[in-house]
Design a protein around this ligand. Structure first.
Ligand code: GDP
Ligand code: MG
Length: 192
């Protein structure tokens, strides 16, 4: 068919979590070890064929620094989808992600599809934020302590479920799930 639509996608999350890297991986298939920090926000567009439709994604990659926070509504207003990125090696970035979730829940477009991406999953040995997926190796080494602290194990996954978010761990470096993350399967089916 010749269905075509535009969809605005915004990336939010703490500085250094890998938002620009995920976009760069998605748009150009590249990864930079020394990705420059984003000033304000960067714009990319990418056209995708989704079943019989053409979707032109307008991607807003925001800076993430606290001092740019007041600009954020400009970027998420009218967005069809938001990806909130945290770094699995930095608990603080996960806490910051939760603040973004709250802000979108209270001030964002209620139809917006929101996804939570735990990036840098290639750095599992430096992990601070646990998920069910990481539970396998943790269970092996920490059998007894985990059973007494089971809620910690799937912290990110459980949080995402409670808040109705898509969730996945990603790696811009190792090219894991970065595509799914930005395309958001369900997001495309929802628009049909
Ligand atoms: P942003 O501030 O959220 O846009 O983060 P950047 O994309 O600028 O990335 C910050 C740093 O993390 C850069 O040095 C990247 O090379 C690095 N980085 C980004 N994604 C990954 C990843 O998936 N794995 C690893 N190991 N490093 C990453
Ligand atoms: Mg950036």
């Amino acid at each position: 068919g010749n269905n075509s639509m535009n969809a605005k996608l915004v990336l939010l999350g703490d500085m250094g979590t890998g938002k620009s890297s995920l976009v760069l991986r998605f748009v150009k298939g590249q990864f930079l070890e020394f990705q420059e920090s984003t000033i304000g926000a960067a714009f990319f567009s990418q056209t995708l064929a989704v079943s019989d439709a053409t979707v032109k994604l307008e991607i807003w990659d925001t800076a993430g620094q606290e001092r740019y926070h007041s600009l954020a509504p400009m970027y998420y207003r009218g967005a069809a989808a938001a990806i909130i990125v945290y770094d699995i090696c930095r608990m603080e970035s996960f806490e910051r992600a939760k603040k973004w979730v709250k802000e979108l829940q209270t001030q964002g477009n209620p139809n917006m599809v929101t996804a939570l991406a735990g990036n840098k999953c290639d750095l599992a040995d430096k992990r601070e934020v646990l998920t069910e997926a990481s539970c396998v190796s943790w269970t092996l080494s920490l059998v007894s302590s985990l059973s007494s602290n089971a809620t910690l194990v799937d912290e990110a996954q459980a949080y995402a479920e409670e808040n109705g978010l898509f969730f996945m761990e990603t790696s811009a470096k190792a090219a894991i799930n970065q595509k799914d993350c930005l395309v958001l399967n369900q997001f495309s089916s929802q628009q049909e």
